[in-house]
Design a protein around this ligand. Structure first.
Ligand SMILES: *[C@@H]1O[C@H](CO)[C@@H](O)[C@H](O)[C@H]1NC(C)=O
Ligand SMILES: *[C@@H]1O[C@H](CO)[C@@H](O)[C@H](O)[C@H]1NC(C)=O
Ligand SMILES: *[C@@H]1O[C@H](CO)[C@@H](O)[C@H](O)[C@H]1NC(C)=O
Length: 383
């Protein structure tokens, strides 16, 4: 039931009943605030941190919950987020109070039933299905004045298709770019002190047997990354897994495989602003190998990763130099370990899926621009 309706009924009650209801309400809200302060608080810490510049050493963490708002006894408005269809034809269930029950995010109703359209505060459209014609924007429906449409994509511009027909319909972008309205990174760092007594060596998987590996499903000769790989394999041994051309690898052997190598080639399929994907976060970092990155310039990596946690291909004038550096580094135990030092202060954060990403929009809604239209979405994506 809409909480504001409940409130109206409460207003209509006779005065004595009204008074006792008010007292009950004060007690109830009071205890919610108390409980909230002490038990809900940790779960409400932002799980999407504002991008941090790790050169500044200190991570800025903002708080997204203003508890003084709850003291006003007004029913708290529930935000309704409508996912118009599941990305990539995936399916999922968001029944019940999903955001609250699964992720501890209150007053946030994530729905996938299109009949919610007239009531939705946000309607989210995943780009792929729009540009390939599988889905259409509901331009025929009367759109509530305050409703915002969200363009969602985690792909780089060359894989986003022709977005020109989408011009003028969207209010917010949701992608990995730090300047998108709703920042949706592939991973992030969570400030977290390692237990006392932990040493850097504890983070380096034992039994490394190979120098470098690369897992690639979409192997194309025209990709810059393929050209770099072809040169690199002449300098150092590189084991390649995945895809039809290479050694097959199953999902559960990915991390143990990466762990056996000193380096993991976190080569992006395209070089685009802030396009830093699971190849760094879920592969190299989780697997315990140093990522050798090919992607946007070093500064953009340093905006989200510690400076000394990765090797950037652009740091070398030739691929031969890169190969020699990797060989030398692997042989120098002490220096190799310095690339893991950041793990004493941070762990890697990530999300479980689309539903969690969308629930995480609720806590930041009030910080989003109240009025915005993407008149040239295609141009924005490519800039
Ligand atoms: C929190 O909410 C109260 C009441 O709405 C407001 O006066 C105050 O400025 C808010 N604080 C912040 C930090 O937004
Ligand atoms: C970890 O954080 C401490 C301060 O809390 C700092 O002195 C130290 O240099 C940091 N270590 C790394 C490797 O960033
Ligand atoms: C959202 O975008 C639509 C379509 O361009 C526009 O009509 C509406 O005014 C925008 N809403 C806000 C709050 O900016």
């Amino acid at each position: 039931m809409d909480p504001s309706l409940r409130h109206d009924k409460c207003e209509q009650a006779n005065s004595t009943k009204h008074l006792s209801k008010q007292i009950l309400a004060i007690i109830a809200v009071g205890s919610i605030i108390l409980v909230g302060q002490y038990s809900l608080w940790p779960t409400l810490q932002p799980s999407y941190p504002i991008p941090v510049n790790f050169q500044m050493q200190e991570a800025k963490v903002i708080s997204w919950t203003n508890w003084s708002d709850s003291t006003t006894l007004k029913p708290i408005k529930t935000t309704i987020i409508l996912l118009w269809y599941w990305p990539f034809g995936e399916s999922g269930s968001v029944s019940g109070n999903h955001c609250n029950d699964k992720y501890g995010i209150p007053n946030c109703h994530l729905v996938t039933d299109q009949s919610w359209f007239p009531k939705a505060d946000l309607v989210v459209f995943h780009n792929r299905e729009l540009v390939n014609g599988q889905r259409r924007l509901p331009l025929n429906l009367p759109r509530p004045k305050t409703q915002k449409w969200v363009w969602l994509s985690l792909e780089s511009p060359p894989h986003n298709g022709n977005m020109r027909p989408l011009a003028g319909h969207f209010n917010y972008t949701m992608c990995y770019r730090r300047d998108s309205d709703i920042y949706a990174p592939y991973g992030w760092l969570v400030p977290s002190k390692a237990p006392i007594g932990t040493t850097v060596d504890d983070f380096i998987p034992k039994g490394k047997t190979g120098l470098a590996c690369w897992i690639v499903s979409n192997y194309q000769a025209r990709h810059l990354r393929t050209q770099v790989y072809n040169k690199l394999k002449n300098v150092i041994p590189v084991d390649v897994y995945g895809g039809a051309r290479n050694k097959r690898i199953s999902a559960d052997t990915v991390l143990p495989t990466i762990s056996r190598y000193y380096f993991y080639l976190s080569f992006e399929n395209s070089v685009a602003t802030d396009y830093i994907t699971e190849k760094v976060w879920s592969n190299a970092f989780k697997g315990g190998a140093i990522p050798v990155v090919l992607g946007p310039p070093r500064e953009q990596y340093e905006a989200v990763l510690p400076k000394n946690s990765f090797i950037h291909v652009n740091d070398f004038s030739t691929v031969e130099e890169l190969g020699h550096f990797m060989k030398t580094l692997a042989a120098d135990k002490e220096r190799y370990a310095t690339y893991f030092a950041w793990r004493l202060n941070y762990t890697v954060g990530g999300l479980t899926g689309w539903a969690e990403r969308l629930c995480n929009v609720c806590p930041i809604l009030s910080s989003l621009p109240t009025s915005k239209i993407y008149k040239d979405l295609h141009g924005w994506d490519w800039q």
